[in-house]
Ligand binder design. Structure first.
Ligand code: ATP
Ligand code: PRP
Length: 221
């Protein structure tokens, strides 16, 4: 199979991959064995479909690979899509996995004495500076963002900032770190994403969207 004919599917490492695994099977995609071997250092995997290969990258990088056309399809949370807002990405299908929400949180002991309607400038630790700035700017509040790549829940306790914007699912990470949600920003789930230019020129992409839609329906049935 000439490389130019091959479709590349970009998948995130970590928790989404675990939830995605049954959907891949239902879609009839069987990656080569190294894909399921945590010790393997391989990043690009063949599948049982001759013209489809898989790359495994960090969740934020899935969007970048697809936006630049280096991968044709991918799976990313809409938290990532909101942060980058790439016009080159089309996200036609909610996969119904990776469900959580983006929220603003602050130390529980500060909530009683704080009035969010009086904020004019806030400092926020987050992995999502663009989403955070937009969220606060919508009501005229200027957000100074400190970019962290994980463990933002530590930031208020150590005096880096008072607020964080992060993903919340069960709420146990916030609770364990003495924080409470004060605002809901957006619901999050994982989406099948495609490169818009590739979608126009590669008819197989529309077929894959249908296949994944059927897999999602079968998974949820
Ligand atoms: N607690 C959660 N519950 C459900 N979905 C989540 C949760 N946390 C993250 N997600 C979803 O999974 C995606 C990947 O998040 P995760 O925290 O696993 O990334 P990560 O592995 O820490 O990222 P990185 O690629 O930076 O290592 C997020 O973009 C979001 O869509
Ligand atoms: O509400 P909860 O159920 O506690 O989930 C929320 C946590 O999940 C995510 O982190 P993750 O576990 O992916 O680790 P990370 O900090 O490495 O991103 C997120 O960043 C929160 O810390």
């Amino acid at each position: 199979m000439p490389v130019a004919d091959r479709l590349v599917l970009a998948l995130p490492k970590g928790r989404i991959l675990k939830e995605l695994r049954p959907l891949l099977t239902l879609a009839g995609i069987v990656p080569e064995p190294a894909f399921d071997d945590d010790k393997s250092r391989l990043l690009h995997f063949a599948t049982n479909i001759p013209n489809l290969s898989i790359i495994r990258v960090r969740s934020f990088d899935v969007a970048t690979f697809v936006a630049f056309g280096a991968a044709h399809l991918g799976v990313a949370g809409n938290d990532v899509l909101m942060e980058f807002d790439y016009p080159e990405i089309y996200s036609p299908l909610d996969l119904g996995i990776g469900k959580c929400h983006l929220a603003v949180a602050e130390p529980a002991e500060m909530i009683a004495s704080d009035d969010p309607s009086r904020w004019s400038h806030v400092r926020v630790a987050t992995k999502y500076p663009e989403v955070t700035k937009r969220h606060f700017a919508a009501r005229g509040v200027q957000a100074e963002c400190v970019k962290l790549n994980g463990a933002m829940e530590l930031a208020p306790t150590l005096g880096l900032c008072r607020l964080i914007v992060d993903l919340v699912s069960t709420g146990s990470t916030l609770k364990a770190n003495g924080l409470e949600q004060v605002e809901h920003i957006a619901n999050v789930s994982s989406r099948l994403i495609v490169n818009r230019a590739a979608f126009k020129t590669r008819p197989e992409i529309a077929q894959w969207i249908d296949t994944f839609r059927e897999a999602v329906n079968a998974h949820q049935a």
